[in-house]
Design a binder for this molecule. Structure first.
Ligand SMILES: Cc1cc2nc3c(=O)[nH]c(=O)nc-3n(C[C@H](O)[C@H](O)[C@H](O)COP(=O)(O)OP(=O)(O)OC[C@H]3O[C@@H](n4cnc5c(N)ncnc54)[C@H](O)[C@@H]3O)c2cc1C
Length: 472
């Protein structure tokens, strides 16, 4: 089947591909969205077992900006009740609560004070607020600046924030809290990276929620919005590859010949660590040094340990949160991990169905520890989403949550590699990228999808009407 009526083909139906398609269609573009799997959502997909729907890879929502959700016309929280505190840290040995992240800023400030912070409590909370107020300048940039430029932009908005952004975490943001609290502000491995790498992981004041109903309601909303705007969605087509003539994209063909689409613009919204798989024989068109850099970035990636346990009995989460629990981070000796309890939420409980506990940790933890800390005493299924599963199912060979690492070497104008940060694959005309691999980075935020769509529109000669579109 050869189709020739599209302005843009979006390859990859993860949340970024969906957001990109919606933004393009909002501007009147004719869009085809092509997904290799039989379902949408990518790494933000659900599994089903014992009648329980649970988030399979990503498990919490925190970085999707409300202004983007509003612009694309999607209710982010789908009327779900948000827990307050939204997440807590529990000492794995004593079961005591170490820290609670409250929704209200005043309560959060009090919590920091209880932890022993004096005047820094207020400074920290207002710093996080100024980040959420000033960060649009950086996030929605389609030509991201370098770190110095980004700090200067932030400094104009909030002087202290500009300073914190360029300083290493351990010399800046990390100095504002005792060392034993660093785990609530940054991810392991980012302590020596610029504060901005950490801040990009803390958008929206770090309000992270678990998803009581899994991802599918949100993905369904995105799909519905895309279809409503006229996007044609092709699911289960297998790997799609670009067709290229004389260095320029002319369309997309699915391996196996299920689909061939003609188009002068292709937006690849999957992991750039899998670019060789996508380009096939055209891989030689890429600059050899860039390709090497991408390959080495993908190899050095952190690989989180992701395990979901499913059973018939009701779990008893650490910290004593039995109903509508927040997300629970456990700090134990040699153990760091986060637990989400989707089935303990009133609104998602289906009588007679089982329970799921989603665990993610950064260091390899023993399954016996994961089970013990989870509070689930019976067990019907253990599902581990390791790097092999991520490669085979989601085309994410680096198995990195953000497709590519999120260090100073790989943010802003260096993401995914220098020369490509404006969402164009420079060597191939008409080929764009917009996924967790692109600026401003990963997690379920939708921003890379939005920005890549804006870049495509500009190149097609369409003046973007998105209020979020920025050029500098
Ligand atoms: C273990 C783990 C835990 C995480 N936890 C969280 C969390 O709690 N909260 C959070 O916000 N983020 C989390 N993340 C990160 C988040 O899941 C990802 O950054 C985000 O989902 C990436 O979205 P995406 O749309 O950019 O790409 P993906 O979700 O990777 O989607 C890409 C899509 O493209 C398809 N595809 C690939 N190649 C092709 C091709 N050639 N042809 C056709 N289709 C193709 C794939 O099948 C896939 O559906 C986690 C990630 C991991 C790995």
């Amino acid at each position: 089947m050869v189709l020739g009526k599209y302005d843009v083909v979006v390859v990859g139906g993860g949340h970024n591909g969906l957001v990109a398609s919606i933004v393009l269609a909002l501007h009147g573009a004719r869009v085809a969205l092509v997904e290799s799997r039989g379902e949408l959502g990518g790494l933000a997909s659900d599994g089903v077992s014992l009648g329980v729907r649970y988030p399979r890879v990503a498990y919490s929502l925190g970085l999707f900006p409300r202004n983007l959700a509003k612009y694309i016309g999607v209710d982010l929280y789908l009327s779900a009740k948000l827990t307050n505190p939204s997440w807590v840290v529990v000492d794995g040995d004593s079961g005591e609560t170490v820290f609670r992240w409250w929704v209200s800023e005043d309560a959060l400030e009090e919590e920091f004070k209880e932890y022993g912070l004096g005047g820094e409590a207020r400074d920290l909370v207002s710093l996080l607020r100024s980040w959420s107020e000033c960060s649009d300048l950086i996030l929605y940039s389609t030509e991201p600046p370098d770190l110095q430029g980004a700090s200067a932009m932030l400094e104009n908005c909030s002087p202290f924030l500009g300073e914190i952004a360029s300083q290493r975490f351990d010399n800046g943001l990390g100095m504002m809290v005792p060392r034993d609290l660093w785990g609530i502000l940054t991810y392991p491995g980012l302590e020596r990276e610029p504060g901005l790498a950490t801040l990009l992981n803390l958008w929206n004041k770090g309000l992270w929620y678990q998803l009581p109903k899994g991802w599918s309601p949100l993905m369904k909303r995105l799909e519905h919005r895309a279809r409503e705007l006229g996007v044609d969605i092709y699911l289960g087509v297998g790997t799609a590859r670009p067709d290229i003539k004389e260095g320029r994209v002319v369309g997309v063909t699915a391996v196996g010949g299920k689909l061939a689409i003609e188009s002068k613009a292709v937006l690849y919204s999957a992991s750039l660590a899998a670019i060789s798989n996508f380009l096939g024989d055209y891989i030689d068109l890429l600059d050899g040094l860039r390709l090497k850099e991408l390959e080495s970035a993908a190899r050095s990636a952190v690989k989180p340990q992701r395990v979901t346990v499913v059973g018939r009995c009701e779990p008893k989460p650490p910290g004593g949160f039995n109903r509508n629990p927040p997300m629970i981070e456990v700090w134990g000796r040699g153990f760091w991990g986060e637990f989400a309890y989707p089935t303990l939420h009133d609104e998602s409980r289906i009588p007679g169905s089982g329970h799921a506990v989603a665990f993610t940790g950064m260091a390899a933890s023993r399954i016996s520890d994961i089970l013990a800390y989870s509070g689930l005493e019976c067990l019907d299924k253990v599902e581990s989403i390791d790097s092999v599963v991520q490669w085979i199912e989601f085309n994410n060979p680096s198995a990195h949550p953000n497709h590519l690492p999120y260090t100073g070497e790989r943010i802003l104008n260096k993401r995914p590699v220098e020369g490509w940060s404006d969402y164009r694959v420079e060597e191939i005309e008409g080929l764009y990228h917009g996924s967790a691999s692109s600026h401003p980075g990963g997690q379920v935020s939708g921003v890379p999808g939005h920005n890549a769509a804006i870049k495509v529109l500009k190149d097609l000669g369409v003046r973007p009407s998105s209020p979020l579109a920025r050029t500098s």
